[in-house]
Design a protein around this ligand. Structure first.
Ligand code: CS2
Length: 486
């Protein structure tokens, strides 16, 4: 039997306690979000909707799909409604979300987006575009103006032709200044250290490189009226499966083409430096702090660091999901020992690393969550520097032993082997995939290959550390044979 499609007309068919807490028609477009993926829908959108409910303030989100206008169209077909299911270890809780009030693609939605980015009522922009979306140079963190997509955006005056979010935001800010210049805050919600500063840097670099006659005026206005706070977002959100879709339909009684699922846990820590009005997200548990660094490094190095290690080691051992990797003889040990190894590199003022590690063991072991190692292991060349390399540098500078990080690096290296060498375990979506393949083809032996791989990560200093290179290379044969030895 076919069920009706989830939309405002069908909403009364959904059991009352599973409907949005606020009538979506009462919300206004006040936030523009770039990155219409499952993570945003399970995280910032949920905080925003609960905050609108608790505060009575009509904060609604206009969500922009930078790459796939298809997702925006699917969401529009449902009046922007979708369900979020929390996967607890023994049961599930589903609720329809109505936080998104409009869904746009960057190209077909260009004119509407121009108007929104200049509108004084829109005072917050948020982003989940992944590390790749920032187009940073691996060595300096500056905008890579030579990247083809960035160069093309710099060369066009037509906002409908822009394809990078960085270019889109820069053009939007310039238009905002010309329209009167209401202050605005741009919030990176991606997993990078100092993500606010990283975003501010690439947006300013774009403006400085643009051919606009008023670019200096835009930069001066940005310095006074645009804030780029750093934030930490946390919630495990695996890709939605067909089984998730069926379960959502069974719970709702209507068909939802875009359900999302996630763990019950969620966290959002934000640097308390906004340039204009913002939602009082603290009403839904977000934490506004003067300095996010201790939280940010703990989350990136412990949670994301362990995730990546599990992804590459799990792949070597033929496992598919995080929970599968945790169920091996070495999974829990890996999480605890990696956290213990990294803990001395974390600044004071954040969560207790040992307690954090125990929480990770629980969260990663949640059998209700099918979080694919493939999803986590993708784009490794962009993730690993954030997650492992600064910790590794700090430890090696202090002459501390780093056996677990060496093993993790060896597992990543093993996963980068080219397809003709039984590798490419994580496909070719990594922008560095061709360069990584060359490291194996051109390397004169395991140590040389490891050195080249480290250079590809922008880590010339670590490539020049012979002890590290040898330790990583020595671990490769066991991993190639599928053995994880911790
Ligand atoms: C994961 C993250 O895919 C990945 O790289 O490590 O998406 C992780 O699940 C989230 O950061 C959890 O908050």
């Amino acid at each position: 039997m076919t069920s009706p499609v989830l939309n405002l007309t069908a909403l009364p068919r959904v059991p009352e306690h599973l409907r949005p807490p606020v009538d979506p028609r009462e919300l206004r477009p006040r936030i523009v979000h770039f990155g219409l993926g499952a993570f945003h829908r399970a995280h910032q959108a949920r905080y925003t909707e609960n905050t609108a409910y608790r505060s009575g303030e009509p904060w609604g989100i206009v969500a922009v799909a930078p790459r796939s206008a298809g997702t925006a169209a699917e969401l529009r077909a449902q009046d922007c409604l979708y369900s979020l299911t929390e996967l607890r270890p023994s049961d599930t809780v589903t609720r329809v979300s109505g936080a998104i009030v409009e869904a746009l693609g960057m190209r077909p939605g260009a004119e509407r987006l121009d108007a929104l980015l200049a509108a004084p009522d829109v005072s917050v922009l948020t982003l989940t575009i992944t590390e790749k979306g920032y187009h940073r140079r691996a060595d300096t963190g500056a905008l890579d103006t030579a990247a083809p997509a960035v160069a093309a955006d710099l060369a066009t005056a037509d906002t409908a032709a822009l394809t990078t979010v960085v270019g889109r935001i820069a053009a939007g800010l310039a238009a905002r200044m010309r329209a009167g210049g209401a202050p605005v805050t741009v919030v990176s919600c991606d997993n990078m250290a100092a993500n606010g500063a990283a975003l501010g840097r690439v947006v300013r670099d774009f403006v400085a490189a643009a051919p606009w006659p008023d670019r200096q005026a835009v930069l001066d206005w940005m310095a006074a009226s645009v804030a780029f706070p750093s934030t930490i977002v946390d919630r495990i959100v695996p890709a939605t499966t067909e089984a998730d879709r069926r379960a959502a339909r069974a719970a709702l009684g209507v068909h939802d083409a875009l359900p999302v699922v996630g763990e019950p846990y969620r966290q959002w820590v934000l640097e308390d430096s906004f340039a204009g009005p913002r939602p009082p997200w603290e009403l839904d548990g977000a934490l506004f702090v003067p300095d996010v660094v201790p939280y940010q490094l703990t989350k990136l190095r412990l949670l994301n660091g362990c995730h990546s290690a599990l992804a590459y080691l799990g792949a070597a051992a033929g496992r598919t999901t995080v929970a599968d990797a945790m169920a091996t003889g070495w999974g829990e040990r890996l999480v605890r020992s990696l956290c213990a190894e990294i803990a001395p590199t974390l600044p004071a003022g954040g969560p207790d690393p040992a307690a954090y590690a125990e929480d990770l063991v629980q969260r990663f072991g949640n059998p209700g969550i099918r979080h694919l190692l493939r999803q986590i292991g993708s784009d490794g060349s962009l993730k690993i520097p954030e997650r492992w390399l600064d910790a590794l540098r700090t430890l090696r500078a202090a002459s501390a032993a780093t056996p677990v990080l060496e093993l993790a690096l060896a597992a990543w290296a093993n996963a980068t082997r080219p397809a003709d060498d039984g590798g490419q375990l994580f496909g070719t979506t990594d922008p560095a995939a061709p360069a990584l393949g060359r490291c194996w083809h051109e390397g004169t032996g395991p140590e040389d290959t490891v050195r080249r791989l480290l250079h590809t990560l922008g880590a010339a200093d670590l490539a020049a550390d012979p002890g590290l290179v040898t330790a990583v290379a020595t671990r490769l044969p066991a991993l190639r044979a599928g053995r994880v030895e911790i």
